[in-house]
Design a protein around this ligand. Structure first.
Ligand SMILES: Nc1ncnc2c1ncn2[C@@H]1O[C@H](COP(=O)(O)OP(=O)(O)OP(=O)(O)O)[C@@H](O)[C@H]1O
Length: 238
């Protein structure tokens, strides 16, 4: 069933990576690309804001869902994606979109000052379109509002207390300016705002990602959602 705390610890310790240019593809550091107006803050972010429900009228198109895992850099998207991939009852391809952009050259240029790539959104969407249509993917990125509304079956926004987030980003060796930008973005709920203005509320869920318990509970919950999605889609005879 769930992972032992030892295994979870191992997953978490395993991060230890150095700052990677792929993780510099940050909407918070790049020159503004239509960043959303900061609307009034949603209510409490403590815990889950709404029940995680399967879609009621699913399109019969895929054997497995498209799950978007988003959140400010450092909130735990990749860690969740890796564990979800292992725990999922259906095969899911984990796409770290930042890495894709870098590896496949899906960018226009690199901004030295902001240490950030300017993503070529058209190229990126063209690359991802067939995968999204086939289903069975986890899209792991801090920018989620460029994905067409029809793509995701579930959008998970990970949240983290800003002081914890600061520590995580500091451990990565991010420059102070970049830590501040991302920290402020988390406080101002920039990603959550983007998601809320891009996708229907019934497919959006906000989850805390501060502890290993959160991590384990979140993954278990998404797995449950996938089970429900499968039943809804009756994938048994495909
Ligand atoms: N729920 C959690 N509990 C404890 N530590 C966590 C949790 N989620 C993530 N972490 C730790 O925080 C760090 C950042 O996690 P991770 O790389 O998964 O974030 P990310 O959102 O994918 O970042 P980026 O957008 O920059 O790729 C890692 O060291 C990871 O182990």
């Amino acid at each position: 069933m769930g992972k032992s705390s030892e295994e979870l610890d191992q997953t978490l310790k395993g991060d230890g990576r150095q700052p990677d240019v792929a993780h510099d593809i940050s909407p918070f550091m790049a020159p503004p690309r239509g960043s959303p107006a900061l609307r009034s803050a949603p209510s409490s972010i403590a815990g889950v804001s709404r029940p995680l429900l399967p879609p009621s009228m699913p399109p019969a198109r895929a054997r497995a869902p498209v799950v978007v895992l988003t959140g400010t850099p450092g909130t735990g998207k990749t860690t969740h994606a890796q564990l979800l991939q292992q725990a999922s009852p259906v095969p899911l391809q984990h796409i770290n979109v930042g890495d894709w952009v870098k590896d496949k050259g899906l960018y226009q240029d690199y901004d030295d000052e902001w240490q950030s790539y300017t993503v070529d959104e058209d190229k990126l969407l063209d690359e991802l379109e067939p995968l999204a249509a086939a289903g069975g993917i986890i899209l792991d990125w801090h920018t989620s509002d460029i994905f067409p509304e029809r793509w995701p079956d579930l959008v998970v926004v990970l949240r983290c207390d800003h002081s914890k987030l600061w520590d995580r980003l500091e451990k990565r060796g991010y420059p102070l300016k970049k830590i501040q930008e991302n920290n402020e973005a988390e406080i101002m709920e920039v990603v959550l705002d983007e998601v809320r203005s891009s996708y229907p509320p019934e497919i959006v869920v906000e989850l805390q990602s501060e502890t290993t318990d959160d991590l384990e509970a979140n993954v278990a919950r998404i797995v449950q959602w996938i089970e429900a999605w499968r039943e809804d889609h009756d994938t048994s005879d495909q």
